[in-house]
Design a protein around this ligand. Structure first.
Ligand SMILES: Cc1cc2nc3c(=O)[nH]c(=O)nc-3n(C[C@H](O)[C@H](O)[C@H](O)COP(=O)(O)OP(=O)(O)OC[C@H]3O[C@@H](n4cnc5c(N)ncnc54)[C@H](O)[C@@H]3O)c2cc1C
Length: 367
C-alpha cells in the first residue's frame, strides 16, 4: 500500500523474489511531491539490486564534493562525499523527484506489477495463512501479506498501532524551489547564516534545486500573501550564486514551505499480516539526505528475506530487527544535526562534520 519510493522498491524487490505483487496508491495522478532528491552512495547500492541504478545515474548529476561557504559565498571547505561503490559510480547523486519517480514507475511497468491508482486499503482482516483486504474501489483481494508503505502520515500505522507516536516537529522548517542553474555553479553548495542553511544543488540539464533550512520561522506555513516576501528576506542574506537564483523566483507558486518532522518507531513493525516500511516507521529530517535511501534499502532487505522462503511473521520480525539500528542512525543523526542548527548550536564547530562522517561510515556497511 503506497506507491512512493518504499512501495515501488518493495514491489520490485518482492517481484524479483518470485512474489505476485500489486501496488495500491491513493493518489489518482501519482506524481511525486517535493522538488529534488539526493541519493547517497550506500542506498545507490540497493538501487543496483533493483536494476534501476544505471537509469538513475542517467537522469542524475554526480556530486563528488559539497562546497561549504560563508553567507557571502566565500569557500570555507570542500567535503568529499563517501563512495561505497565503484570509482565510476557517483558518490552523491542529485536528481529531480520527477525523474526518480519516472525511473521507478518504468521499472514497475517492466516488471508487470499492476498498480491501482486512486485506491486505498479500507480494511485488512488477517487470518493464519492469508489476509482479506477490502479496497476503497469496493473490491476484495486475498493476499499473503500487506506491505504498508504509505509514508510519514501512514493511516495503516495509525490503525494498527493506535498508541504509536505520530511524526513530531523537529524545530526547523524548509523552503524549497526549482530554478535554472546559474553559469559557473558546478558544485553542490551549502551556505550558512545564523538560523539559515542554504543548499544549491546543480541538477542535470542546467536545472537547480534550492533548499533552505530555517530554524527561526516555526512550524506554521506563513499566509500565502507573505510567503514570497518572507522567502526573499531570508534568501537575500546570502551572496555568491544566491542572488542569481533569487532573481528567478518571483511567484509564490514557485516556493514550497514545510515543517520538518521526525519519527522512529521501535519494532515490531508488523501486526497481523501487515508490515510497515519506509517513512511509515522512520521519518527523518533531510540533514544527511537519506530518507528515500532508507526506504529503498528497507525494500531490498525485505526482498532478500522473502526470497529465502521465510514465513511472514518471522520475515517481518527479522526485517525490523535488521533495519532498526540503521533507521535509528539516520533519524537520530539527522535530528541531532537539526538541533545543532538551532540555538545554542553545536558543542564545537567540528561536531556536525564528525557526526556525519561516523554515521555515513556506519551506513556504508552492507545491508
Ligand atoms: C524536505 C525533504 C527533503 C528530503 N530530501 C531527501 C533527499 O535528498 N534524499 C533522500 O534520500 N530522502 C530525502 N527525503 C526523504 C524522502 O522524501 C522520504 O524518506 C521518502 O519519500 C519516503 O518514501 P516512502 O515511500 O516511505 O513515503 P512517501 O514518499 O511519502 O510515499 C508514500 C506513498 O503512499 C501513498 N499513500 C499515502 N497514503 C495512502 C493510502 N492511505 N493508501 C494508498 N496509498 C497511500 C502516497 O500517495 C505516496 O505515493 C526528504 C524529505 C523531506 C521532507
Amino acid at each position: 500500500m503506497g506507491g512512493g519510493p518504499a512501495g515501488m522498491a518493495a514491489g520490485l524487490a518482492l517481484t524479483q523474489a518470485g512474489a505476485d505483487v500489486e501496488i495500491v496508491e491513493a493518489s489518482a495522478d501519482w506524481r511525486p511531491g517535493g522538488i529534488g532528491l539526493a541519493l547517497q552512495s550506500a542506498p545507490q547500492r540497493a538501487t543496483k539490486r533493483l536494476g534501476i541504478h544505471g537509469e538513475l545515474v542517467r537522469v542524475g548529476r554526480r556530486h563528488d564534493v559539497i562546497d561549504m561557504c560563508t553567507a557571502d559565498g566565500t569557500l570555507i571547505a570542500q567535503m568529499p562525499q563517501m563512495n561505497v561503490n565503484g570509482p565510476e559510480d557517483p558518490p552523491l547523486l542529485g536528481m529531480t523527484r520527477e525523474a526518480v519517480h519516472d525511473v521507478m514507475v518504468s521499472a514497475v511497468a517492466r516488471s508487470r506489477i499492476p498498480v491501482r491508482l486512486g485506491t486505498t486499503v479500507e480494511e485488512i482482516v488477517s487470518g493464519v495463512d492469508d489476509a482479506d483486504v477490502a479496497l476503497s474501489d469496493g473490491s476484495h483481494v486475498t493476499v499473503d501479506y500487506v506491505i504498508g508503505a504509505d509514508g510519514a502520515n501512514s493511516t495503516l500505522r495509525h490503525r494498527l498501532f493506535p498508541d504509536a507516536a505520530e511524526p513530531a516537529y523537529a524545530g526547523q522548517s524548509i523552503w524549497r524551489a526549482a530554478a535554472v542553474c546559474p553559469p559557473g555553479l558546478d558544485h553542490y553548495t551549502m551556505m550558512l547564516d545564523g538560523p539559515l542553511r542554504l543548499g544549491l544543488v546543480p541538477l542535470p540539464d542546467g536545472r537547480l534545486y534550492l533548499w533552505m533550512l530555517d530554524s527561526g520561522i516555526g512550524a506554521e506555513r506563513p499566509p500565502r500573501e507573505d510567503l514570497l516576501r518572507l522567502f526573499h528576506e531570508r534568501l537575500g542574506r546570502f551572496g555568491g550564486f544566491a542572488p542569481a537564483v533569487a532573481s528567478q523566483l518571483t511567484d509564490t507558486e514557485q516556493i514550497d514551505f514545510r515543517a520538518l518532522t521526525w519519527l522512529l518507531m521501535p519494532p515490531p513493525w508488523h501486526a497481523g499480516r501487515t508490515l510497515l516500511i519506509g517513512d511509515a516507521v522512520h521519518t527523518t529530517t533531510p540533514h544527511i539526505s537519506y530518507g528515500a535511501g532508507l526506504a529503498i534499502e528497507d525494500a531490498v532487505a525485505l526482498g532478500k528475506l522473502a526470497a529465502s522462503g521465510m514465513a511472514f511473521p518471522e520475515m517481518a520480525e527479522k526485517l525490523a530487527a535488521r533495519r532498526f539500528e540503521r533507521a535509528r542512525a539516520v533519524v537520530e543523526t539527522s535530528l541531532q544535526l537539526s538541533r545543532w542548527e538551532q540555538p545554542p548550536g553545536p558543542p564545537e564547530p567540528a561536531a556536525p562534520g564528525r557526526l556525519i562522517g561516523q554515521t555515513l561510515a556506519f551506513l556504508a556497511q552492507r545491508l
